[in-house]
Ligand binder design. Structure first.
Ligand SMILES: NC(=O)c1ccc[n+]([C@@H]2O[C@H](COP(=O)([O-])OP(=O)(O)OC[C@H]3O[C@@H](n4cnc5c(N)ncnc54)[C@H](O)[C@@H]3O)[C@@H](O)[C@H]2O)c1
Length: 357
């Protein structure tokens, strides 16, 4: 049983130690509040990594849970396996931090929620950006300083190298930039601007001809009446993406550009630089007057580390998940709606999507 009253280190296992899982494992080793109890991954490199960390290596999560007592499990396997693997821990009543997107289909997310409700297991979903203090500051600015939010524009464009696509799962349905990358942007937009009630999208796969898209253009209708656009492309050299602009993940060299623009009736915000643009003039404001920029400074903090510490507090029942499974299901429904709209040419309401995308 997890000790909810003392400072005893929280026992965490990581399942799947590829690109992101190995980082989670490193955080668990570095963080004084956690003990890494093992790594579960059938790949042979996972054995070497476990050796490096001085923890046992298991070929499956079942084997790890049969051998070790765990307070929490971090699920970082390929997206199509999230549901099956997470259920292994949830059925035993063990808390899970599931990487984003919560699952491949909203129906799987529903199954995870129902099972967790019956066993009492906690689910936190790895939309780590929400743990970044600049996101919280931007959300405050959007809510209180821009007046009525009219529109938001997001650009996410990167060149993924050929080697990125070596794992087969990244080329077929269940991956792709909409589900793997833009789900982060969708989650941020929902967090900062409210619910999305309709999406209209077009997608292309003309750069690589993989089963999944490489380029997508999306029009969003927010419940508030605001409009949004997202342009996503993982086949273009560009400095404009959250990954490059936020400096959040050391794997991505920083470029000091902005990839989000929020447009309100009283001002606009560039993000992640947190530049607020407003007319600060006497008399009537308007496009013939000089507009000025004001910057905000927020102390950088590691969003992944904050997420892990929050997971520990969720396990100890000191906090409710900042990104619950229900919340993550809604973001997944939006990405499923984007893919459906791109396939049908029709506008799609995310709320309608309960089953497979
Ligand atoms: N939050 C983030 O910043 C972030 C970043 C990258 C990836 N992700 C998410 O993390 C997940 C993994 O992505 P990745 O890029 O690390 O994938 P990856 O292909 O690099 O690694 C996946 C690992 O899982 C292992 N694996 C496969 N089946 C398994 C099983 N049944 N049991 C245990 N291990 C198994 C593989 O051997 C591999 O080592 C995806 O859902 C992705 O969307 C999140």
């Amino acid at each position: 049983m997890v000790d909810r009253t003392t400072d005893t280190a929280v026992r965490i296992g990581v399942v799947g130690v590829g690109a992101i899982g190995r980082r989670h494992a490193q955080y668990c080793v570095d963080e004084p509040a956690t003990t890494l109890i093992g790594i579960a991954d059938p790949a042979s490199e996972a054995g070497s990594l476990a050796h490096e960390f001085g923890v046992p290596h298991f070929r499956s999560l079942e084997d790890m849970l049969d051998a070790q007592r765990a307070d929490g499990i971090i699920v970082a396997v390929p997206t199509p396996l999230h549901c099956k693997v997470a259920l292994t821990a949830i059925r035993r009543g063990i808390a899970v931090l599931i990487e984003k997107p919560i699952a491949k289909h909203p129906a799987e997310a529903t199954e995870l929620i129902a099972t967790a409700n019956s066993t009492g297991a906690k689910i936190l979903v790895g939309h780590h950006r929400r743990h970044n203090p600049i996101v919280r500051e931007a959300r405050d600015i959007v809510k209180s300083e821009l007046g009525q939010l009219l529109a938001v524009n997001v650009l996410w464009a990167v060149l993924k190298p050929r080697s990125y696509f070596e794992p087969q799962w990244r080329r077929v349905a269940g991956a792709g930039p909409v589900l793997t990358n833009l789900v982060h942007d969708v989650d941020l937009l929902r967090f900062m601007c409210g619910e999305i009630v309709s999406v209209t999208a077009a997608a292309r796969r003309s750069a690589r001809r993989h089963e999944v898209e490489d380029t997508v253009a999306v029009l969003l209708d927010f419940e508030s009446g605001a409009l949004g656009t997202i342009t996503g492309c993982d086949a273009s050299p560009s400095p404009w993406s959250w990954d490059a602009n936020s400096g959040e993940n050391p794997n991505f060299p920083v470029s000091r550009e902005n990839s989000y623009r929020f447009l309100g009736s009283d001002g606009s915000l560039e993000f992640p630089d947190l530049h607020v643009w407003k007319y600060r003039v006497d008399g009537e404001a308007g496009w013939t007057r000089p507009i000025s920029r004001e910057g905000r400074i927020v102390k950088a903090q590691d969003a992944y580390r904050r997420q892990l510490r929050h997971f520990c507090r969720v396990i100890k029942e000191h906090e409710e998940p900042l990104v619950s499974a229900e919340d993550a299901r809604r973001s997944l429904q939006v990405t499923a709606a984007i893919l459906r709209s791109a396939a049908t040419g029709q506008s799609v309401s995310p709320a309608e999507i309960q089953g497979a995308a």
